[in-house]
Design a protein around this ligand. Sequence first.
Ligand SMILES: [Zn+2]
Ligand SMILES: [Zn+2]
Length: 363
Amino acid sequence: MSKDYYKILGVSKESSDDEIKKSYRKLALKYHPDRAPKDNKKEYEEKFKEISEAYRILSDKDKRNQYDQFGQNFEQSNPFGQGFSQQDFHSFQDAFGGQDIFEDLGFGRIFEQMFGSNSRGRSRAKTQYGQDIVIDQEMSLKEAYQGLEKEIDLKKMITCDKCQGKGGENFKKCFSCQGTGYEQVSQQSILGLILQRRICAKCHGRGEIPEKECNYCHGQGIVNESKRIKLNIPAGIEDGQTLKLSGQGEAAPYNGQPGDLYVNIHIKSDKDFERQGDNLFHNLVINFSQAALGDKIEVPTLEGKVNLKIPAGIQSGEMIRLKNKGMASLYKSRQGDLIVKIQVVTPKRLSRQQKKLIKNLNL
Ligand SMILES: [Zn+2]
Ligand SMILES: [Zn+2]
């Protein structure tokens, strides 16, 4: 069964990496096996494994991207089997910056949340965000059947390759924020002193400033250019579905977090087939004698024509099912069917001779 990793972590598909990490931390602390009550050990262990697995996928940009596109099945689910794996605890350490949070659940943790730092060194503030891009991609039913790999050229803000997005060279520590990337503002309230932090306006959260700005991007680290992007549209995709390519939207200034690219899929209607889920329907018109006597008729499939045997005595409206000739299913490994709907045409104009013959048949 496909697991909803976002649901497991209590976040939404739009959640940022930071939000995902935050939510995972909360849950990981709650369900950490060391904290499980004696009579509830099993349940806590299961839960901890589940959230670790979800975090392992969603915290990895590529894996999250694949998961968004293809669901959980892109990866063998739960490769660790029984018990815990290294990976479970790697996720845990990773999310807590390598420090053992259980040693100081008090002041230390609050400090970390407020200032984004930990004992192992500061992770850079991701302060600038690139725009998301939404594009439309039209494709034929046959392309949806086979899957489509396509390269498109997209004009967008991309990382400046003259300075690799850094915006310049010879970086010096920002004196305005002492290299933290944040400015701290304190405010007195009835609840006491409230510390707030905001992005340093001087260095844009980088903590350092180039002595020499890049001429090409004017120090912003991004330029507006065309970029070739590879779309990999999986077989079985349906009209109206959207692919998400994480990080393929507009690049953000000052090496910030890039936006995402959303590809809305439009599948053109097909002259031979009507699609319903994974099944395809084809209307086959036959005449009265073919229906009465049976016949062999060529019918189209998405992989070329096949010979279909029409049994004698078939009625209008009956259906013949061609197994596994439909669409591949995006999430299950099964293939849909091609269903041929028979329509028998009753002749409208008959010669005197024909009328006589039919009458003599005594049907
Ligand atoms: Zn600064
Ligand atoms: Zn540049």
